[in-house]
Design a protein around this ligand. Sequence first.
Ligand code: NAD
Length: 359
Amino acid sequence: MSEVKKIAVIAGDGIGPEVVGEALKVMKKTEELFGYQFEFEHGLFGGIAIDEKGTPLPQETLEICKNADAVLLGAVGGPKWDNNSKELRPETGLLGIRKALGLFSNIRPANVFDCLKEASTLKPEVLEGTDLIVVRELTGGIYFGEKFRREGANGEEAVDTCVYNVQEVERIVRQAFEIAMTRSKRLASVDKANVLETSRLWREVVNRIAPEYPEVELEHVLVDNCAMQLLRRPSSFDVIVTENMFGDILSDEAAMLTGSIGMLSSASLGEGSFGLYEPVHGSAPDIAGQGISNPIATILSVALMFRLTFGYHEAAQVIEDAVKNVLDAGHRTGDIAVDKSTAIGTTAMGDLIVAAMTK
Ligand code: NAD
């Protein structure tokens, strides 16, 4: 028997509880198959926490997360809370939880399932074999630098400052090298070193760390070129590491290669193995409560948790293979179905994936 892993489960709002429910079934199946032991502790977060506790991120939920080995999050938000003041908005809880848990990187895989290639706006032959991860720095750079307005020679000006220190760059770059080591050992570091001083520092740090990972093939790519190459040769990328704003843009671009938001998983990592795992999509209020949401993004977030936090690579592969086999067999939720009349529901999709999981 393996040691007990504590998982904080934060279902949130809208379709959050539906998709998280299916992901928990998948985790329980891995207990059966691999003898893992998970202890689930549930916490309120987002709109439901505002309603029940008067705050999007109650202290007790934060404690549950801090005591856990990993967090599984559904999604938060919805029209009910859209007009609330800033402190009483579900999204404020999202920023708060990342900060409180010291999560400084965001990991977004984009892999194209062969049977869903048609869902992308790109030609299938361009997408062939695309399986990449964007590692984005999450807590530094221009989004967090000093911002102000001032009177300039030609009237009002606005200033946003971009600051990175060596330690901030080192920790994310090391994380990206480590992730590359578990994959096909190729790392693209993306910057704008021909123009920006923060990028020149970034590149220096990457070059200094690279000799620690001699097996990893490193390339430096300018961000504008990377944006083009992602559309021209997406399959040539394995791990992409970059600063906050470039990562924000490139991870959305990479996500669109796959064609469906219901398929995209993500992780936010801090020091050590702790991580928060969640689908990229939001709470989808337009379809919440109908039992038709796609649980695959959340299920694949569990596979990501297994790889990045627990090193359960075999079980992660079993989950990913099960998803692939179910899709290959033609089963689709509404968001990825060409013929919507044949679409199956959230629970049916979860059940099929669980049934397809074999060692
Ligand atoms: P969304 O991702 O919730 O939905 C966009 C569209 O994609 C909708 O048509 C929705 O039905 C569809 N969709 C999303 N996930 C799906 C799934 N798993 N299966 C099938 N279809 C799916 O984005 P939005 O509509 O812009 O935002 C809705 C709410 O979610 C807002 O309150 C927003 O603030 C919040 N949000 C939360 C997060 C988060 O919790 N991390 C992220 C993004 C948005």
